[in-house]
Design a protein around this ligand. Sequence first.
Ligand SMILES: Nc1ncnc2c1ncn2[C@@H]1O[C@H](COP(=O)(O)OP(=O)(O)OP(=O)(O)O)[C@@H](O)[C@H]1O
Ligand SMILES: [Mg+2]
Length: 295
Amino acid sequence: MPEHPASVEAVAQGLRQVGYLPGESTALVSFLAAKLGKPVLVEGPAGVGKTELAKALSRYLKRTLVRLQCYEGLDEAKALYEWNYRKQLLRIQTESEGAGWQEVQEDIFSEEFLLPRPLMSAIAAQEPVVLLIDEIDKTDQEFEAMLLELLSDFQISIPELGRIEARTLPVVLLTSNNTRELTEALKRRCLYLWLDYPALEHELEIVRLHSPELDQTVAQRLVEIVQEVRELDLKKPPSIAESIDWARALLLLGAEEINAATFRETMSVIVKHRTDLDTVAERVGVKLADVTPAA
Ligand SMILES: Nc1ncnc2c1ncn2[C@@H]1O[C@H](COP(=O)(O)OP(=O)(O)OP(=O)(O)O)[C@@H](O)[C@H]1O
Ligand SMILES: [Mg+2]
């Protein structure tokens, strides 16, 4: 049975139960989205849990996840629907000789000949779904404009067929890495959630959730170092995704502490630019050597 959240606290608990540890505003905005039927625009740096939030919501709400991965050049045919030309052609060929054009046209431009793509699947679904429109900032403004009709009225206009209205209301999440400013028109239609790097305690909890076998003190130290590295002026600061990977790497290597040597060997798990590696080695690695001399 699909879940109908009764309170912000219920959403927070539900998300935790499916393995997502939400911050305060995350639970609040998710609750409002489910109740008000408004889409949520989730922005924030890479790897802070934007996509995972949609997946977690679909698990918690027990709704199917329909995902539209955006990319440059994405068009309506890939996002909304396409006509199934082959099937249409076959039908024209098998249509009895005497059939008039009008008849044939009415026939081949019916729902039977549509190939639904994610956006159409989401609103035509019999049971309400969670719709994830991932990395919307990769598309152009034209695509955004097309989304507006869908997001405000939950309907799609097909020139040959007319309007298709939503059978059920999806919970919609749009994510963006902020590579371009989205239009005001789109923002106006959405609730807004900014996901940032988490505070130390919160990140520690997330790391421990993903790697429960990692020693508590190593996990604590790992998160402290990651937070310190984030303070540096790097091209790409490490995200939660990197903290989780680092925890897994340390676990695999059987590291009992993070000393200068372990750090040197594994820092490329959290820092992924040549120049950043130098900065981090210089500013953090050296300090580690002072505290715990390399074995
Ligand atoms: N609050 C959280 N609770 C549990 N796991 C989390 C949380 N936040 C992030 N994660 C984990 O961090 C990883 C990265 O998350 P995700 O892929 O959702 O990031 P993203 O913001 O979509 O990144 P990108 O912008 O690169 O697509 C995932 O493995 C996810 O499970
Ligand atoms: Mg993502």
